[in-house]
Design a protein around this ligand. Structure first.
Ligand code: SF4
Length: 329
């Protein structure tokens, strides 16, 4: 298989299919891993005789189960995320994820120590909160020992998710520890930017695959959000976006917000969406949007023509929340 950095747990998958007598199974993989989807499908199909259907839709988190595919298969294997997300979040889950959905965590076999060692040059304080995505969370203890040898104390915080030290782009409870900075182990800017924004701390991101080290500053990220709020202060009308993905659906929250907005004299409309993009928003005649779906996505909307703000940011616009309380976890 082309991507051998991850444990795809194919043995376990094949066993489960045989054990449960599944005739038709679905595969759902995150974007970067879709390259191996056909290899996995071919192997499963050859060894179990099951018909395999690959989801071609996006898959950004455990919030994002392909429900249509799920309804058409006996088992759905969802790769790259942990199931506890749905219990940990406050989102209203539209339907309980049934037993036929099996989460495959995709643990990485890559050694994280070289990247952690390289990141130490960027750490200014003595103590770091040490966090990772689920792919690397099993290696955090090793990183903690290495950091101690290099003169830095690491704290792996308790998490509301499945593992201590684990974070999502919208769930940072394990980063709430007494520390000077946060050291994040994982890929991409989505998690470290959210960590900086919501903890208010400087975040050093170490990517064990590319060996790239990034630094994310809370002040700079928060400034961009304050600009979006300021722009929304002039809005006379708002579109309140309801995410239709199973773990992001927050209808009652959106209806409450609409009521509050109307109470403050604004025109407010409820708009459903699977995924939010600028071209999907362009056609609506409103001055600003409030995103009640994936709470982290607002940071990616800073370049949009009209302001897209989070629920808490909208509460600032309505005068119901203080600016400085926008980023409480
Ligand atoms: S950050 Fe967004 S996509 Fe990721 S788990 Fe949270 S709600 Fe889902």
């Amino acid at each position: 298989m082309e991507n051998n950095s991850y444990d795809f747990e194919l043995g376990k998958i094949k066993e489960l299919i045989k054990e449960r007598g599944a005739k038709r199974v679905g595969l759902q993989l995150p974007e970067g891993i879709k390259t191996v989807a056909t290899d996995i499908a071919a192997e499963i199909s050859k060894e179990t005789g099951a018909e395999v259907i690959i989801s071609g839709n996006s898959c950004y988190g455990a919030c994002d189960i392909d429900e249509k595919l799920m309804r058409n298969v006996d088992m759905l294997f969802h790769f790259g995320h942990t199931e506890t997300f749905l219990q940990a979040k406050k989102f209203v889950v539209r339907e309980k994820v049934p037993k036929k959905v099996v989460f495959i965590e995709l643990r990485s076999g890559v050694d994280i120590k070289p990247a952690v060692e390289k990141a130490v040059a960027e750490i200014k304080g003595d103590t770091v909160g040490l966090v990772a995505t689920v792919q690397h969370v099993h290696a955090l203890k090793e990183a903690e020992i290495l950091l101690a040898r290099l003169g830095k104390k690491a704290i792996i915080g308790k998490s509301r998710l499945k593992y201590d030290g684990q974070v999502l782009g919208c769930e940072f409870s394990s980063a709430v520890v007494p520390c000077d900075e946060i050291l994040f182990v994982g890929s991409g800017g989505f998690h470290p930017a959210g960590l900086a924004l919501y903890t208010g701390k400087r975040v050093i991101a170490a990517d064990p695959f590319t060996m790239q080290i990034g630094v994310y500053k809370a002040d700079e990220l928060r400034k961009k959000r304050y600009i979006a709020i300021e722009r929304a202060l002039d809005a006379k009308s708002v579109g309140i976006i309801i995410g239709m993905k199973s773990g992001q659906f927050n209808l009652s929250g959106a209806i409450d917000l609409k009521r509050e907005a109307v109470g403050k004299g604004l025109d407010a409309y409820l708009i459903t969406m699977d995924e939010i993009s600028e071209d999907k928003l362009l056609g609506f005649k409103v001055d600003a949007f409030v995103n009640t779906a994936c709470p982290r996505l607002v940071e990616d909307f800073t370049h949009f023509k009209k302001p897209v703000i989070s629920i808490k940011e909208f509460e600032v616009v309505l005068g119901e929340r203080r600016w400085e309380d926008c980023f409480v976890l």
